[in-house]
Design a protein around this ligand. Structure first.
Ligand SMILES: Cc1ncc(COP(=O)(O)O)c(C=O)c1O
Length: 461
């Protein structure tokens, strides 16, 4: 039994063994009653210490997955099912490809667990638990913890977004922010412009609220402004949803010229702009943002810490005019009694100490190295890339030499989980373009997958 253990990863080895064993049981559909190879055999085959393997098995016993065997060793206690709802999930995941936890989530939208860093986060959690009773037990305020909003304000200033603290409302992640905006400012039957391809969960949210979407094509420089103008004239939409930096799924960013045009057009047509910038901290320096050109009644800015610090902490924020922020805060209190004060306090602590700034610096460096390597692999294996991204998580690409069915077969062969063919289209249309997450693209399984797609290249006579 071969277990994939990453000794550089910050996830403790025992936990990695637990995950790998559970992944093996799930993937191979190992039946209850099956005897597990002995801890010594597993340890030897994977260059692990026997005690780590035994500890991992004990944890699986505690979870009811394994049972101690009379005599010695362990047997499988239950069939480890691949439940879609409880299993590994990412927005835009290919739903037909299984999704066992052992698969490499090449198409997913976040950083791998092994990239996440626990030390500073654990320290901040302890610090809040020990010193901040209100943080442990009380509701937060309607706008969110002042100490956190103070820190967000400082970061916004670095991005040239000049506002005061009363124009920031914290949310449980950007998703909550988008939800509040849609519920508060739009009504069923309203029409909005979304980018295509674009963020799949936004499309689901708009559908859920009965909002009609019209699509503007995303180019490597931002939305196609000629089409945008025509759409604004023809449909008179209420709002435009846009990703400024490291767009999901193409990885592209707004250029200053396109940003100016978007702002002029939307102002001229009285269209609200919702600028979703959740990948902002994966970029250093100011860059081009619509909100930096002036937050007024026209522009709403959405941010999050999910992509860098933790998707589990669920902290995000919305910046808007005074009037809009008060309405969002009211709906936030009515629907959820505010965001988690504890999580807000933990984040404020990490921001104030500078630990978060250093964390994102390290993530950016690592991503830059891996992006360069991934782009090289894609070039070598004859994949077409949609505008070479200079930062962030994503590369949008498709194979030139392999048809899409073959790409899927090769992905399955190498245990690679791709993004969905339809998720990034507002109208649910299929595409052969793939969202490649650079943080997964240097894994040997991803490299083997790309290489196998190149082997399908038609031979020249
Ligand atoms: C463009 C975009 N907006 C919003 C989100 C949701 O972020 P959060 O986890 O903060 O809700 C994501 C997550 O993938 C995203 O890609």
């Amino acid at each position: 039994m071969e277990l994939r253990i990453d000794r550089q990863a910050l996830v403790p080895v025992v936990q990695q063994i637990v995950d790998a064993l559970a992944g093996w049981l799930r993937q191979d559909g190992v039946l209850p009653g099956t005897r597990l190879p002995s801890a010594r055999q597993i340890a030897r085959a994977n260059l692990l210490s026997q005690s780590s393997v035994v500890e991992a098995c004990e944890r699986l016993v505690a979870q009811g997955v394994l049972a101690p065997r009379q005599g010695a060793g362990f047997i499988v206690a239950v069939l480890v099912a691949d439940g879609r709802q409880d299993g590994p999930w990412f927005e835009g995941a290919e739903m037909t490809l299984g999704g066992a936890s052992g698969e490499l989530k090449l198409g997913c939208g976040g950083l791998p667990e092994s990239w996440r860093e626990t030390d500073d986060l654990t320290y901040a959690i302890r610090q809040v638990s020990r010193t901040d009773m209100a943080g442990l037990f009380n509701y937060s305020t309607p706008l969110g913890l002042p100490a956190l909003r103070e820190q967000i304000l400082k970061r916004l200033l670095q991005l040239d977004i000049e506002v005061d603290k009363r124009r920031i409302v914290t949310t449980s992640g950007a998703t909550h922010g988008l939800d509040l905006i849609v519920r508060t400012l739009l009504k069923p039957g309203d029409c909005v412009v979304v980018e295509s391809p674009g963020y799949s969960m936004l499309f689901d949210l708009l559908r859920l609220n009965g909002v009609t979407m019209i699509e503007v094509p995303r180019t490597p420089c931002g939305p196609d402004t000629q089409t945008l103008e025509a759409l604004l004239v023809k449909y008179r939409p209420r709002a435009l949803f846009i990703n400024s930096f490291y767009h999901n799924p193409t990885g592209s960013s707004l250029t200053p010229v396109i940003a100016q045009q978007v702002l002029q057009l939307t102002k001229a047509h009285g269209v609200l702009v919702i600028e979703d910038d959740v990948y902002a901290d994966l970029h250093s320096g100011p860059g081009t943002r619509l909100a930096a050109m002036g937050i007024d009644d026209n522009v709403i800015y959405v941010g999050s810490y999910s992509k860098t610090l933790s998707s589990s902490l669920r902290v995000g924020f919305v910046v808007a005019s005074d009037a809009i922020v008060s309405r969002l805060a009211e709906v936030k209190m009515t629907s959820s009694m505010g965001a988690s004060r504890f999580c807000e306090a933990v984040l404020a602590c990490l921001l104030a100490s500078g630990a978060y700034r250093k964390l994102v610096q390290r993530q950016r460096q690592r991503l830059n190295t891996d992006r360069e390597a991934a782009l090289q692999v894609l070039e070598d294996t004859d994949w077409e890339v949609f505008g070479k991204p200079v930062g962030g998580l994503f590369i949008w690409a498709r194979s030139r030499s392999c048809d899409f069915a073959q790409v899927c077969i090769q992905a399955r062969r190498f245990g690679v989980l791709l993004s969905s063919v339809t998720a990034f289209s507002p109208g649910g249309e299929a595409t052969d373009w793939q969202r490649i997450n650079v943080a997964y693209a240097c894994d040997p399984r991803a490299r083997a997958f790309f290489q196998a797609t190149a082997l399908n290249r038609p031979q020249a006579f």
